[in-house]
Design a protein around this ligand. Structure first.
Ligand code: ATP
Ligand code: MG
Length: 174
């Protein structure tokens, strides 16, 4: 953390699963902030091809990855969806510690937090061609060179819960 790091930042994603692009952006934002709140979005979903992992599994994937990367100034909070954009910000506020700044590239998220008076900053993308949740899930489904796209702690959790078997069975491949 730099001496200029000030304020608490918020980053929300589904992290299905947490990959190296996520780790790099989290590392950068954590370095620019006193504290980083990571919201585990769509927390109620699991066992689908879009959202294979539970909020608890994602929590362990992220917290172990950050511990092993030496990043400690963060809170991890599961956030379930609500299907009403006008109350999304107050829903998030009700679930997470107080924050000053929001990092997002999503136009709707940016607009909603801006309207609520928060500082909103775009988040840099790292090697998006490789590091995307969709791409990682596609490779996991084929069990084809996905391990290099995610931190080691994610590999461990996927193996522990037979995540590849889960995804392949959900897809009707076995
Ligand atoms: P999916 O393809 O499932 O949507 P994703 O890779 O876009 O997965 P999300 O969980 O949707 O991941 O995104 C969470 C946050 O992570 C978003 O704010 C997004 O901008 C950021 N993010 C995703 N990929 C990268 C990347 N390669 N580099 C930096 N940030 C990323
Ligand atoms: Mg996405």
């Amino acid at each position: 953390m730099s001496s200029e790091a000030v304020g608490t930042s918020l980053l929300i994603g589904r992290f299905q699963p947490f990959h190296h692009g996520h780790l790099q952006v989290v590392s950068k934002i954590a370095g620019e902030s006193s504290q980083l709140i990571i919201g585990i979005g769509s927390a109620q979903y699991s066992h689908t091809l879009e959202n294979p992992f539970t909020a608890g599994e994602r929590h362990v994937m992220i917290s172990e990855s950050l511990k092993e990367a030496g990043i400690h100034n963060h809170y991890l909070v599961p956030v379930v969806d609500i299907n009403r954009y006008s109350t999304w910000v107050s829903h998030v506020e009700s679930m997470v510690p107080p924050f000053d700044r929001v990092y997002s590239n999503n136009p709707l998220t940016k607009r909603l937090f801006h309207e609520a008076g928060y500082e909103v900053t775009g988040a840099p993308m790292f090697n998006r061609a490789e590091y995307s949740g969709t791409k990682v899930r596609e490779r996991m489904m084929r069990d084809d060179s996905w391990r290099e796209l995610v931190p080691e702690a994610v590999v461990r959790m996927v193996e522990r819960i037979d995540g590849i078997g889960r995804m392949r069975e959900l897809a009707g491949l076995e």
